[in-house]
Design a protein. Structure first.
Length: 328
């Protein structure tokens, strides 16, 4: 049986309103009485009714978070969010979109029905999905985008500087004597993917290397199978590349999988990619990556959101986090 204000009041012979004020640290309650009430509440394992409290404060002290999946890349983002939200008294309610724009909207609606105070979203709807964008614009609570953003929108966002990271990766590879560099992308209208391709082209132009059109390939899937299939296509060219860059962590792993199955290519093909996973250091094939500051991404997104919840009505926050080149 749960203990409420009534049970504490009856035990101590005081009114329910006095108990309520004491537990809210109201100065109108006598210090000795307040101490007795707090002690009794602790001994009786009293838990405040958050639903009732929210009716008074108009806050649920919850933040909704929608991620595309729960893979390792997302863990650091979540840890960063939690490290800021928890000390501030906020709990995080999680939804998973499975990279499906329709499910993403459904998860957002479910969180809004739970009356979350704000939302943090790893947006998978795409920059040309007008239905998704219209829905996001209709949301009345503060909304922060992470990892991807919507150009020319008013939403705050925290993302990686993907374009510069991609350019630096190409420059690094060329400095190692590599010139025949291919890039595997994916058919997705996400800012992160587009900017990685743009950065790749920036690097190619700056370094003055040749880029056969067939060195830029794209698959239909979002996962490792895309990297594997595109690597197969590249290796069948009359003049195959000596470097293959995957635009995502999954695609890069698909490249590695192909090379592991074709051992005669292991020492001939250099692999580059994005997102740095701990286990990459243990792979037989070295992978040089553009690492994102995912923990910092989560921290900054949570900080911006909490500032908005505390009344910040300033200009749109646009944060591009510097990436780090991890050479292997």
């Amino acid at each position: 049986m749960s203990v409420g204000l009534k049970e504490i009041a009856e035990l101590l012979g005081v009114s329910i309103s006095t108990v309520s004020r004491a537990l809210r640290d109201d100065p109108r309650v006598n210090k000795r009485t307040k101490e007795r009430i707090i002690s009794a509440a602790r001994n009786m394992n009293y838990l405040p009714n958050q639903a009732a409290k929210s009716l008074v404060t108009k806050k649920t002290m919850t933040i909704g978070l929608v991620l595309p999946n729960l893979r390792s890349f997302m863990h650091d983002i979540f840890d960063g969010l939690e490290s800021v939200c928890s000390p501030a008294g906020y709990n995080i309610l999680l939804g998973v979109s499975d990279n499906d724009p329709t499910k993403e909207m459904r998860e957002l609606k479910l969180l809004l029905e739970k009356r979350v105070d704000g939302l943090i979203l790893f947006y998978v709807g795409g920059v040309f999905n007008q239905a998704s964008i219209r829905f996001l614009n209709s949301i009345s609570v503060p909304l922060i985008l992470i990892d991807r953003y919507i150009p020319r929108s008013h939403f705050d966002f925290v993302v990686s500087d993907n374009r510069n990271g991609s350019r630096k990766l190409v420059e690094h590879l060329v400095s190692k004597g590599k010139e025949k560099i291919a890039f595997i992308t994916q058919k997705e209208d996400a800012t992160a993917i587009r900017e990685r391709l743009d950065g790749f082209m920036d690097g190619v132009l700056k370094c003055g290397i040749k880029l056969p059109p067939k060195y830029i390939v794209s698959g239909k899937t979002l996962r490792m199978e895309n990297g594997y299939a595109c690597t197969t296509k590249l290796m069948k060219l009359d003049d195959p590349p000596e470097v293959i860059i995957g635009s995502t962590g999954d695609i890069t792993l698909g490249v590695v999988k192909y090379l592991l199955e074709h051992p005669h290519l292991e020492n001939k093909i250099t692999v580059g990619g994005f997102d740095d996973f701990e286990f990459l250091s243990f792979l037989k094939i070295p992978v040089t990556t553009v690492a994102q500051k995912t923990l910092e991404m989560g921290k900054q997104a949570a900080t911006i959101l909490l500032n908005r919840l505390q009344g910040d009505r300033g200009e749109q926050r646009r944060v591009f986090l510097e990436t780090e080149l991890v050479e292997r």
